[in-house]
Design a protein around this ligand. Sequence first.
Ligand code: FES
Ligand SMILES: [Fe+2]
Length: 340
Amino acid sequence: MQQLRPTMRPSGWFQVAWSSELPLGGVKPLRYFGQDLVAYRGEDGVVRVLDAYCRHLGGHLGYGGTVAGDCVVCPFHGWRWNGEGRNTHIPYQDRPNTSRQLTAWPVIERDECVFVWHDATGRPPGREVPHIFTEVAEHVRDLPFHPATPRGLVRYDDVTILPQTVAENAADPVHFRFVHETRDIPVALRQGSDEDRWFIQLGFGRRWTAWDPNSHDGDTLSIVQAGIGLSYTALSGHDNTVILLATTPIDDRTSTMFQTVWLERRDGDDEPGVLDRRMRAATAQLKNDIVIWSHQRYEDPPALATVEGQLFGDLRRWCRRWYPITEAHPVPASPAPSGA
Ligand code: FES
Ligand SMILES: [Fe+2]
């Protein structure tokens, strides 16, 4: 059974950090999905995410915790917990406590980002997050890119944004004309979806009327929505850029948005100020969306113009699969969206 109305507790993979925030032996407190968590990078280089509170006397592992081998060490009395959440060592007793365990969150570290799997009903992880250079757009596969770290990491904390609002951006070519002041409304060239991903490619500029695989003039924007929380975009044209926009609920009201930007390597990038200037240009537009999204009310069903109905309807139907029925959200709420 699937919940119909979007909530702040969707299932799926969600970004919780950037790789660079967790150096070898690094420990970091996190708060997402209304829960306190700790992330750490073991001496083996692997990132783990656990519930934050030590099962001994409830010390928060993220504040003062340290790393020993593949374990996090509680700052309060030195108990060690491994990546499965098991106690492996009590410094003043000859055997660990095997009766208590911390919840271990499934983790993927990929493309300079750290993701966790969340499912309010405890279902195991679904399909892995996309690889950004091979699974988002054909044209970026063979291009050289700068790392996103450190310049291309932009974070917006405590924004009152429903993650599905950001996902629905993929079905909204019209807003580019008004929010981003493009000359024209972009044209939807291709669109498709499967169980885990919803894809669209938009064409900018008057010459685009339909998808033409042999044409390389005119900018396009490919968007792959992977679950509710991960929006991958690839811009092609005069400035090839790849962006991951990740929206992760903190609690039932607020989210963190992580914007991660990879710029194509180009001649002249090592001149002073050039990369900073390109990055400013690549990240400037999101602020305009955020002002809208953080004050937006979720309309259900929305009053759509005729041309908008098909894309919005398709995306909203696809989104429903990410909302399991839970005790907190027991009743399917609203009718399906309708066009016009
Ligand atoms: S509370 Fe963690 S070791 Fe005591
Ligand atoms: Fe936008």
